[in-house]
Each structure stands twice: as structure tokens, then as C-alpha cells.
Design a protein around this ligand. Structure first.
Ligand code: ACO
Length: 406
């Protein structure tokens, strides 16, 4: 698309599209969403089937390489990732320097960013080779990021609760190892409960990608400069941290806690309609119907409650959903529960503190970020992302020296 100008002083013809509501910035074969019909597919496979039948690492492979792995490919992929779960001692020392009550997401973002200084082979200007043309070198960064992210997340959690960090145990599966690093109490025969492991694995699968959501668009934007993937992932995670994106799960929990009882819901909803509050976990830029991920999660919630007992916040959530979905304010604006509405209740029931929620989102979303990293960099049409603006400020002023200013 070329800028069209009639005369020098024109802005030229540009699309003014705040928030990129209707702007496509790339072509992709990774994730398909039909927001009106509530359809989500990774590489052509329905999310419902993947959540039911696959493991998270299988789905990560599918997203990044385009096809489901066969048994041998899956074994190699798992082994490569699990061989990269340990993090450098100096990174651990760095993490130990954070305040005792540091937000785990801040720790994750900073540590991921610091990783770029530990792996100069990922930095095109330091490596002396164009890593984007070297499949093996790109794969190495993928193994490192996916392998180390749960370890960083677990260390951030242990730091937050004032306990020693745990080493990974690579004989476990990806998700088992993550739960093990969070919880391990002693050396003896500790194994996370299979129902919790499977529930978390399903959560990881449904969070793994969602085409150009804000953090993935950030990943594409940062990577378009050809910076190393650790820096790009840290930037994507920063976007995810915001309360309108990955931070929404945390915000849903805080909202449900603030509502407190079912009786307070009508009053809360009237504040939402007056735009004094936002109904967190509702609404989506793309879904104008029920988010298919929220449907899957509603079922997972039941599996968790069967094991651990009902979370009292669930009663408020169910009633809130019922009242909102029968209210013309939400119907007219096509506002339905999104993935964050139920995920927070599941995390809470599993014992995760609220500030771990964006961290739990970032671990699986990294698979999506990396899939877009690979696809973006292999796109012959890739150009550095550089949107335009409509300048409305003053022009051509005369500079006044400091002494003469009023
Ligand atoms: N509560 C109340 N009203 C809402 C909500 C909500 N959650 N979401 C949208 N609306 C209203 C807006 O006020 C606006 O009303 P208006 O037409 O009277 O001005 C209308 O619905 C359209 O909303 P937009 O803000 O234009 O929608 P947009 O696509 O820009 O925002 C977003 C999408 C950010 C997700 C929004 O729905 C929201 O803030 N939801 C709550 C936060 C949340 O749950 N985020 C998680 C998203 S999913 C994810 O990141 C994994």
C-alpha cells in the first residue's frame, strides 16, 4: 500500500484505525478464529479436540512447525525442551535480588529480558551469523525459551512465598515438572496430582495462541526489527501483563472478591452500565459470541471442584454470567464471557495466588509467540512494523530562549 499525496503538505492517504480494529498486518497459517460463530482452530484443528486429546507440548509443536508430531518427533521435541529447563546460576542470583513481594510477572519479564545477555548466539549483531536463516539456531532458542520459562515462573512464585527455589526434574512431563517446582516439599516421591496436571495442561493448550492478540502483535512488531527472541518475548509478556489482556484473569478474581455476595451483583452491574466499572472477563475484540475457550474451561472447573471442592466465588461468577447474558446492555454490545472469566477461579481453586495468573498465561502463550516469530521471520513480505499517525499538534513555532519565557 503506497502513500498517496496530492501536494507536499498533505498527510497523504492513510487508514486511521485506532487500536488496529480493522487492520491486518500479516498473513498467517497458525490460528483461525471465527468470532461470530465462536470457532477457534490451531493449524486447522478445533481447539475442543486439541484440549481433549493432546498434551501442551504436542500443541506447541503443532503451532510452531505446522503439523502434529508423530511419536518419534514428539519424543525428540520433549527431550530437547526438557534438557533446557535449568537456568543459569547468575540468573537465579539476579532473581533473588528482587524485593520479597515483587510481582512474579515483573520478575518473569525482567528475567526473560536478561536471558538475551546470556545467549549472544541469538543476537544477530553479536553472533556474526544471520540466525533467521539458520533453522538449527532458531530451534535452539525455542527449546531454551519453552524449557526455561516454567523454571523462571516457578522461581518467581517461590520467591513471592519466601521459599527456596527448586531445581527442575526432567523425568516429569512439562506440566508435571512445573507443578513439582512450585510445590515440592521434600525429595521423597512427590508427584503432582494427575487431575491437576491434566487441568493445567488443558489451560496451557487453550492459552497457547490466539492469532494477533495484543501480546502476539507485540511479538511480531518487536521481532520485525530482528532483535533476539528473548527481548521480543519479554516485550510480548509486558503487553500481556496489562489488565485489559493477560492481567484480566487477575482482575476478574479481584472483581468477584469485591462483589463478595450474590446479592451485590445487581448493584455492581448497574455501575458497569453507568461505565463506572468494567465487567472483567467479558467482551472481546474478536469474539462477538461465547468464547469457545470459556466453554472448555467451564467443564474443567467442574473437574477441579470434584477433586478439591467448590470455590465460593464460582457461585458469584455463575450468577453474574446469568444476569449479564439476560441484560440488554450486554446483549446489544455482544459481550460474552471470555477465556479469563473462569480461568481465575480454576487457578485460585488450585491454590495459585492471584498475582501468578498472568505468569500462568505467559508460559503457554510463549509457544504462540514463538510460532509467530518463526512465521513472521520467514515471510518474504516482512517489513519493519512502522504505523503512521495523524499529527494534530502545532507547527512552525519560533523558539524562545529560556530567560524570555513567561
Ligand atoms: N464491561 C462493560 N462494558 C464493556 C466491556 C466490559 N468488559 N467490554 C466492552 N464494553 C463496552 C464498551 O464500553 C463499549 O460500550 P459503548 O459502545 O457504549 O462505548 C462497547 O462495549 C464496545 O467495547 P470496546 O471497548 O470498543 O471493545 P474493544 O474491542 O476495544 O475491547 C476488551 C475489548 C478490551 C477485551 C474489552 O471488552 C474489555 O475491556 N473487557 C474486559 C477486560 C477483559 O476481560 N480482557 C480480556 C480479553 S481476552 C484476553 O486478553 C485473553
Amino acid at each position: 500500500f503506497r502513500q498517496f499525496k496530492e501536494q507536499q503538505s498533505d498527510f497523504g492517504t492513510m487508514i486511521y484505525d485506532p487500536g488496529y480494529y480493522n487492520t491486518a498486518v500479516c498473513k498467517s497459517q497458525i490460528t483461525y478464529i471465527d468470532g461470530d460463530r465462536g470457532i477457534l482452530e490451531y493449524r486447522g484443528y478445533p481447539i475442543e479436540e486439541l484440549a481433549e486429546k493432546s498434551s501442551f507440548l504436542e500443541v506447541g509443536y503443532l503451532l510452531i512447525y505446522g503439523d502434529l508430531p508423530n511419536r518419534e518427533q514428539l519424543n525428540v521435541w520433549q527431550t530437547k525442551i526438557m534438557n533446557h529447563t535449568f537456568i543459569h546460576e547468575n540468573l537465579i542470583s539476579m532473581m533473588k535480588g528482587f524485593r520479597y513481594d515483587a510481582h512474579p510477572m515483573g520478575m518473569l519479564i525482567s528475567t526473560m529480558s536478561a536471558m538475551s545477555t546470556f545467549y549472544p548466539d541469538a543476537n544477530p549483531s553479536l553472533a556474526g551469523v544471520d540466525i533467521y536463516k539458520n533453522k538449527q539456531l532458531m530451534n535452539k532458542q525455542i527449546f531454551r525459551i519453552l524449557g526455561k520459562l516454567p523454571t523462571i515462573a516457578a522461581c518467581a512464585y517461590r520467591h513471592r512465598i519466601g521459599r527456596p527455589y527448586n531445581d527442575p526434574l526432567n523425568t516429569f512431563t512439562y506440566t508435571e515438572n512445573f507443578l513439582y517446582m512450585l510445590d515440592r516439599l521434600s525429595e521423597t516421591n512427590y508427584k503432582p496430582h494427575p487431575t491437576l496436571t491434566r487441568a493445567l495442561d488443558k489451560l496451557f493448550i487453550i492459552h497457547a495462541d490466539h492469532e494477533l492478540n495484543c501480546s502476539t502483535a507485540t511479538m511480531r512488531q518487536i521481532s520485525s526489527t530482528l532483535v533476539d527472541p528473548y527481548t521480543a518475548v519479554a516485550g510480548a509478556a509486558s503487553a500481556l501483563y496489562g489488565p485489559l489482556h493477560g492481567g484480566a484473569t487477575e482482575a476478574v478474581l479481584r472483581m468477584l472478591e469485591a462483589i463478595g455476595t450474590v446479592e451485590n451483583i445487581p448493584n455492581f452491574l448497574s455501575l458497569v452500565k453507568q461505565k463506572k466499572q468494567r465487567l472483567m472477563g467479558f467482551g472481546h475484540r474478536v469474539y462477538k459470541s461465547y468464547d469457545p475457550r470459556a466453554k472448555i474451561l467451564k467443564k474443567v472447573t467442574q473437574e477441579i471442584f470434584d477433586l478439591l471442592g467448590m470455590n465460593p466465588l464460582m457461585k458469584i461468577a455463575v450468577e453474574l454470567e446469568r444476569l449479564a447474558l439476560s441484560d440488554s446492555y450486554f446483549i446489544d454490545r455482544q459481550l460474552y464471557p471470555n477465556v479469563d472469566f473462569y480461568s481465575g477461579i480454576i487457578y485460585k481453586s488450585m491454590g495459585f495466588p492471584t498475582d501468578m495468573f498472568p505468569v500462568l498465561f505467559s508460559i503457554p502463550r510463549a509457544a504462540g509467540w514463538l510460532a509467530h516469530w518463526v512465521e513472521g521471520l520467514s515471510d518474504p513480505e516482512l517489513r519493519i512494523f512502522r504505523p503512521r499517525q495523524v499529527y494534530l499538534g502545532r507547527r512552525g513555532l519560533t523558539y524562545a530562549p529560556l530567560e524570555s519565557r513567561q
